[in-house]
Design a protein around this ligand. Structure first.
Ligand code: BGC
Length: 348
């Protein structure tokens, strides 16, 4: 009899724990847009990894509209999310939702982009954004052999969205490597547009970057002047520059940098139309965030490796920085195909 009872109790406990797993604690995941490939991958990876860990996932994309993201996050809170993971469209625009999270004791992890001007941000998980820029700058320095070559080389710069805190880090990382050569006259920015505010690309839009590149090409390069380098902070902006060059430029094709290894850009790298991209494996970041969510919900110490860099204007947010990797036409197979990130067919 005792044995039967024990078996029954065990079976009941198993059913109870299975239903707890099925019901799971809710994690709200707010992504900026479906327009850019990377955020779809980030969202998919987060969802599948969180579900595999037994959580319910409320995943929303905000069509790059700040008001939509604000109300989506508020709805997640009303629907019982116990942790929020947010990749903000504009770092400073979610104040009300973050206050609501704080009032409800809901921890918030800023995903990839820092949430600004709020003390309601518990953690930040990202790739080392400054290092992304230094990898791009160093690539340009090494490829042109700036320490030895005479130059001068003509350069243009296309940076990211001023509403995204990352954009300044990418820009600064690259400029810190290149500035000495600009000062020495080895790199010449023919348009004269070097300040972040002059080279920024609101919304990171390919069309926005393309338009500015077209203007630069027609104003400064239409007389046959070559552009030797185009520093682009990421792949969506690089694509705009590549489109503009294809339509409006007949000189020697420039070195072009990027970031994300988006499919169109990887194809362009293979075709020789983009020189490199910085690879940020979204699986690595998603896995790290899933780990942090688990640690938060289990009351464990949360894994961080940087407690100094990311001040959001109010607090310095404990962060975990993943390491970005250099990619080009030489190593993309190993990095992207052998690792299962893309299939060969996707890059045809
Ligand atoms: C991300 C980049 C991305 C850019 C545009 C940045 O915050 O870190 O990987 O290319 O946003 O979406």
């Amino acid at each position: 009899m005792k044995k039967i009872l024990a078996v029954l109790v065990c079976a009941l406990m198993l059913v109870a724990s299975m239903s707890a797993l099925a019901e799971g604690q809710i994690v709200g995941v707010s992504m900026p847009t479906k327009d850019l490939q990377r955020w779809n991958q980030d969202g998919d990876n987060m969802k599948s990894e969180l579900e595999a860990a037994g959580y319910q996932v409320d995943l929303q994309y905000a069509s790059n509209d700040v008001q939509t993201q604000l109300s989506q996050v508020e709805t997640m809170i009303s629907n019982g999310a116990e942790v929020l993971v947010i990749a903000a469209i504009e770092g400073s625009s979610l104040g009300e939702a973050l206050e609501m999270a704080a009032d409800n004791d809901i921890p918030v992890i800023a995903y990839d982009r820092l949430l600004m001007d709020s003390d309601a941000v518990s953690y930040y998980a990202t790739f080392d954004n400054y290092m992304v820029g230094t990898v791009q700058g160093t690539y340009i320095k090494d490829t042109l052999d700036l320490d030895n070559a005479e130059g001068p080389f003509n350069m243009e710069i296309t940076a990211g969205d001023p509403g995204d805190n990352n954009a300044g880090y990418f820009y600064q990382g690259a400029i810190d490597v290149l500035q000495p050569y600009i000062d020495a006259g080895k790199l010449v920015v023919v348009s004269g547009q070097t300040a972040f505010s002059d080279v920024a690309t609101p919304t990171w839009g390919t069309d926005v970057a393309q338009k500015r590149a077209e203007n630069i090409l027609s104003s400064y390069y239409a007389d046959g002047t070559n552009v030797d380098v185009w520093l682009c902070s990421n792949d969506s902006t690089a694509l705009g520059v590549e489109n503009a060059l294809a339509a409006n430029y007949t000189g020697t094709y420039p070195i072009i940098t990027g970031q994300d290894c988006d499919i169109s850009n990887t194809k362009n790298m293979i075709a020789g139309k983009q020189s490199m991209s910085v690879f940020k494996d979204t699986r690595t970041l998603a896995a790290q965030v899933v780990k942090m969510v688990g640690q938060i919900l289990n009351g464990e110490e949360v894994d961080v490796n940087d407690t100094e860099t990311y001040n959001n204007g109010v607090i310095t947010v404990p962060s975990f920085l993943c390491e970005p990797v250099f990619a080009d036409a030489e190593n993309y197979k190993e990095l992207l195909i052998d690792s299962g990130y893309y299939t060969e067919d996707q890059l045809q």
